[in-house]
Every structure is written in C-alpha cells, then in structure tokens.
Design a protein around this ligand. Structure first.
Ligand code: NAD
Length: 418
C-alpha cells in the first residue's frame, strides 16, 4: 500500500481519492476550496454520485483518507501525486484553460518528494506533460520526478462503479519505474484491469480523441433522429438495427437534446483549437460542435412552438442535470433550453431529482422550482423531459395527465408516446 496525494476534489478527484483509499492506500486529497475540505472532512460529499458518500464516511473512519487545503501537508511523503484539477474552456478561444493546473503544479512542486511520480489525470492538451515537467524542474531542480499522463475515463453518474471496474487504464510514460508503480497502485482492484502503456503525448491525445469521437457519435444519431422523423421512420428501431452491427455498437446511439456536461463540449473545442494551431482540419468535430449548438436552439424552438397559441403559457421541465445520475449542470443542454424558454417570458417550472441546487446557481429566480415532478407538471400546458432519469420514465402517467392543463408532452430523452 502506498501514500497518494490527489489534488482537486471535484467530479474526478473525489471518487478517485475515495476509491484509492478503499483499495487500501493512504490517501490525502487536497483542494484549495477550504469550505469543500471542511465538508468532506465531516463526511459530506460536495457532489452527487451514487454510493460515494457511504464510501467517503467509511474511508474517513478507517483513517486511510484525509482532506487538506495545505499543499505541503498533502504532498509530503507521497509516492504518487495525482493532478485532478479543472481544465475548463477558455470561452474566448475554445482552448483548455491550464491556469488551475499550472497553479497547482507551482504550489506543490517545492514539496514534492525527490522520486515521486506526478500523474496528470486532468484532461490536458497534447504536450502539457512537457510543460508540467519543466515547471517542476524550475522550482525543484534536485527532484528526479517522473511526470506521466493518466487520463480519466469515468462516467459521471457511474463514477464509483467505473473506478472499481475501469474499462481500460491508459498510462502515458516511457518510464519502467512509473509503469510498475501504476500496476502496483491498481493491483487491489477486484478484476485485473486492462492497461495500455503508451507515450505521454499519445495518452493525452487518446483522451481527446475518445471524447470527440463520442460527441460525433451523439451528433450523428441526433441528425439521424431528425432524418427519421421527417422520413416517417422510428429512430429507436433504426438505432437498434445499427447497434447490432459490432462495428457500430449500441452505445451512444440514443437521440437527445444534444451532448453536454463538463467534458464533451469543452474537449471537442479544445482539440479543434489544437488542430487549428497545428494546421490540421478536423471537419467532423467542427460539424459536431456546430450541430450540437444548433440542436439546443432547435429543441427550445420546438417547445415554444408547442405553446405559441396559448396565452400566458406554463411550461413544466423535468430534468436539469446534463445526464441522469449526477447533479452536474455544467454545459447542460437542459439548462440552456430552460434559459432560452425563460428569456421568452414564459412561466417555466422545473424539477430535477438531484440538480436543483447546482441549477439554481445558474438559473437564479428566472424560473420556478417545484418540490417534486408531479408538482412541476401541475397546470402546465406542456411537459418537457430533458434528462434521462429513470423515475421520469416510470412516472404515474395518469397522475401526470390529470395535472396537466393540456396533454402535450415533449419527451426529448425517451421519445415515447405518453
Ligand atoms: P471540478 O471542477 O469538479 O473539480 C476541480 C477541483 O479542483 C475543484 O474542487 C477546485 O477547487 C480544485 N482546484 C482548482 N485549483 C486547485 C489548486 N491549485 N489546488 C487544489 N485544488 C484546486 O473538475 P472535474 O470535473 O473533476 O474535472 C477535473 C479534470 O478531469 C478536468 O480536466 C476534466 O476535463 C477531467 N475529466 C473530468 C471528467 C468528469 O466526468 N467530470 C471525466 C474525465 C476527465
């Protein structure tokens, strides 16, 4: 068992830190947000992930997991330091904003043990590992630190499951020592994981190439949904037929209001920005970025059209998180659609099982917030489903219908007649 430091306790860092402690490692999670650290120390999760809070409490009690906002305290003695801070989009250019990452590196470098391995978990542009290495050398010239790329592939909403059952662990390094250390780190996983050891730059590129591919796949099925609707075909039957072909596969063939979240939107733009700088054309990814933006606008238009003849219309919204299983509303298509509706002066009443607090930070008092899904639908002229929470699909539809002013349901997730 080894001592690990995880810098950043967000949607990636927290499940990773908790998971590593559960594997028996001695883990210190470091975050510059003092309030977050205090809550986590008290055993309260700062984000919603199924099963995470129970594991957090158990690992705190075991003494294997601690939280701090002090870099020195967190990093000292660590054999592996994982960087899991945010790399958000720079809205002006679309490129990844590396200021949090470089800030964290500068802060931790003076305290790094001489032979530590620094693993970059954050999604970073190709070549960032070189920059991180340079920064560490500048501030700590004696250290023989290895900087490796260890991209994260967990799915929000399934983060705990994915930590213990990773589909693959990609490691970007040429160092034999670092490879062995990473194997040792994950050795206690319940099933032997599939490791892929590659060059650091390849590893950094794998993360962007994977996310961009999935975004393109979503954009593709969304365009196909429009085509099927116009042509009188059923997109679900079409997707099922496509997915049976092993070269295509059934995953990510679900139409919806567009991709969102803290990864696909920013990562598609970041790789497109990198390519542009390198003089390479990524035409498919560019089309997906444009098409995805348009799709959100179209979805909002469809809702408005549904109530265009209704005086003072009331719109009920089920779902605000960018997907089911999370409270994350970053770049959520649902939130953007709601913002567009609210800007047309219609009465919008929203409900989400987990994302009311995170959504309220964005939407403020532009909408009404319902205590449950049935209250949200009460008296509405149209009900719109924007997040694929299973409880929405399993609703008591008779009860919903009795509350609606007229039976208009726009189901942009399950696409079922209700
Ligand atoms: P997040 O915004 O949820 O969390 C980042 C955390 O880092 C915050 O708690 C913040 O306070 C902390 N932080 C920032 N600067 C710091 C510093 N100098 N020292 C200590 N802590 C600092 O971000 P996230 O969603 O967990 O994403 C982290 C990275 O992982 C990003 O690069 C993202 O692209 C990548 N990623 C995210 C997901 C996902 O599903 N969210 C999946 C795979 C990869």
């Amino acid at each position: 068992m080894m001592k690990i430091a995880v810098i950043g306790t967000g949607y990636v860092g927290l499940p990773t830190g908790v998971g590593l402690a559960r594997l028996g490692h001695d883990v210190t999670c470091i975050d510059c947000d003092h309030e977050k650290v205090e809550k986590l120390r008290a055993g309260q999760t700062t984000l919603f992930e199924e099963g995470l809070e129970d594991f957090l409490k158990t690992e705190l009690a075991s003494g294997r997991l601690t939280f701090t906002d002090e870099m020195k305290e967190g990093v000292s003695g660590a054999r592996i330091v994982m960087l899991a801070v945010g790399t958000p989009e720079n809205p002006a250019t679309g490129e990844a904003n590396l200021s949090y990452l470089f800030g964290a590196v500068r802060e931790m470098a003076p305290f790094l043990p001489a032979d530590a391995v620094v693993a970059v978990k954050s999604t970073v542009p190709v070549g960032t590992g070189d920059e991180v290495e340079k920064l560490i050398r500048e501030s700590n010239p004696k250290a023989r630190v290895e900087v490796i790329s260890l991209p994260e592939f967990l799915r929000e909403g399934y983060a705990v499951h994915d930590f213990f059952h990773p589909v693959r662990i990609v490691v970007g390094t040429q160092s034999q020592k670092a490879r062995e250390l990473i194997r040792e780190l994950y050795a206690p996983l319940p099933n032997a994981p599939r490791f892929l050891f590659v060059a650091r730059r390849s590893s950094e590129a794998i993360k962007y190439a994977s996310n961009a591919f999935l975004a393109v796949k979503i954009h593709y099925i969304n365009e196909m949904a429009d085509f099927c609707e116009a042509a009188g075909a059923n997109i679900h039957e079409v997707a099922q037929g496509m997915g049976l072909d092993s070269r295509i596969g059934p995953a990510f063939l679900k139409p919806g209001p567009g991709y969102g979240g803290s990864c696909f939107p920013k990562d598609t733009k970041a790789i497109e920005h990198m390519a542009r700088k390198l003089g390479v054309e990524l035409s498919l990814i560019r089309a997906a970025i444009r098409g995805n933006k348009k799709r959100r606008e179209n979805m909002a238009q469809r809702v408005l059209k549904e109530v265009e003849d209704v005086p003072s219309p009331k719109i009920a919204i089920w779902g605000l998180a960018f997907k089911e299983g999370t409270d994350d509303c970053r770049e959520s298509p649902a939130v953007e659609i709601v913002q567009r509706l609210a800007s047309h002066n219609v009465d919008v009443c929203v409900y989400d099982p987990q994302a009311m607090t995170t959504a309220r930070r964005i939407l403020g008092d532009t909408v009404r917030y319902a205590p449950d899904m049935y209250s949200a639908a009460q008296g509405a002229d149209v009900l719109v489903i924007l997040t694929e929470w299973p409880q929405f699909d399993a609703a008591d539809w008779k009860r919903v219908a009795s509350g609606l002013r007229s039976h208009h349901i726009l189901d942009f997730r399950f696409f079922k007649k209700r």
